[in-house]
Design a binder for this molecule. Structure first.
Ligand SMILES: Cc1ncc(COP(=O)(O)O)c(C=O)c1O
Length: 368
């Protein structure tokens, strides 16, 4: 069987270093906010080119604490994409604000700036673009809109660590950005983990307090906080892995280029745009024969996934928004046609060739 992602292969390649780093944590005893968390925060900020990184226990927490730190709450609206993982809108709901959707660009799968502008109301406080599948949202256009209307920007970088626009990392464009270290992410921990990145000292400082029960000084609690810390063991693992990230991204891009060349006549392959550095968290094709193709590949022992089969405006959890089918046609169309193929740095060339042969054998062509 060829899995869509195999996190254990990567562990095998780094086993000696990772085992040593984890055992060192067990021995040093500073299990909460220990030396690895602090060092990883510095190393991540240096890698991204932002002022501060704050380790948290998930990407979801990074999103919702970014909104809290920006004082976004009840009565406020946050514009985002309906074609993303539910954590994006969950974060908006956790702070009591209302998600307002803007449809996606059908080729890029990311939020369409024209649709953002049309969704702005007097209650809009922020824009929350998602760099879906590892492809950057158009940040220059989004920042121009944010500036024109005085809005904050929070980037959802959960799937896109290392992605760039004109050489600049995603996560350094907005007021704040959320990263996830969920195991299958491009930089994956061996449990949950996340980070908020920002170049605004006020936001970094506020999130450091919010993650520690709303206090800056032990046992002095100034506001309602949470307990959300990047675990010391996970930080030790992430420090071993971060220096390999660029090499892994290069391998993903090489797989993507080979998939593109072999598949572009058969299905719609992911967009590559000048100046945009895609990191291929997912390699996602489109085909009108999606369900048939997924079944056929499954029969051949090739795992594929649909990210995501139901756009968020049609999810029951957001039912009170009263949105119906047809509201965001590009997101709905994408949900019917997308299919993610096996993609991870350790995928072997012969495995990729088997995937290519299977997709080509289906011979479906989707006009988009
Ligand atoms: C787009 C997106 N946003 C947010 C998250 C949430 O990250 P986490 O699972 O670390 O909470 C994820 C990943 O799961 C994601 O894919």
């Amino acid at each position: 069987m060829i899995p869509i992602c195999d996190v254990t292969e990567q562990y095998r390649t780094l086993k000696g270093q990772i085992d040593a780093a984890v055992l060192d944590v067990f021995a040093h005893g500073q299990y909460i906010n220990g030396p690895n968390v602090q060092a990883f925060e510095r190393e991540l900020a240096a890698y991204l080119g932002c002022g501060y990184a704050v380790g948290l226990n998930s990407g979801t927490d990074a999103l919702h604490l970014a909104l809290r730190a920006l004082d976004i709450g009840p009565g406020d609206e946050v514009i985002t994409t309906p074609f993303t993982f539910v954590a994006t809108t969950e974060a908006i709901g956790i702070v009591g604000a209302t998600p307002v959707f803007a449809d996606i660009d059908p080729q890029r799968f990311t939020i369409d700036p024209k649709a953002i502008e049309a969704a702005i109301t007097p209650r809009t406080r922020a824009i929350l673009p998602v760099h879906l599948y590892g492809f950057p949202a158009p940040m220059h256009e989004i920042l121009a809109i944010a500036q024109r209307y005085g809005l904050a920007v929070v980037e959802d970088c959960a799937q896109a660590i290392g992605a760039t626009i004109e050489g600049r990392h995603v996560g350094t464009f907005g007021d704040a950005a959320a990263f996830s270290f969920f195991p299958s992410k491009n930089l994956g921990a061996y449990g949950d983990g996340g980070a908020l990145c920002t170049s605004r000292p006020d936001l970094a400082e506020r999130v450091r307090a919010l993650r520690a029960h709303g206090g800056r000084v032990k046992y002095h609690h100034e506001e309602l906080g949470v307990n959300s810390r990047l675990d010391e063991v996970q930080a030790a693992i992430l420090r071993v892995k971060l220096p390999h990230l660029e090499r892994w991204i290069a391998r993903r891009r090489a797989h993507a280029a080979a998939y593109d060349a072999a598949l572009r006549e058969v299905v719609a392959t992911p967009v590559e745009l000048g100046g945009y550095g895609h990191v291929y968290h997912q390699y996602t094709i489109r085909t009108s024969e999606r369900d048939r193709m997924q079944r056929a590949l499954g029969d051949l022992g090739i795992q594929t996934m649909v990210y995501y089969p139901i756009p968020l405006h049609l999810q029951r959890v957001l039912g009170e928004l009263g949105l119906r089918e047809g509201a965001f046609p590009h997101a709905e169309f994408a949900a019917r046609e997308v299919l993610s193929l096996p993609m991870y740095p350790e995928l072997r060339d012969e495995q990729r060739l088997r995937v290519v042969r299977a997709v080509r054998a289906q011979g479906a062509f989707a006009a988009v």
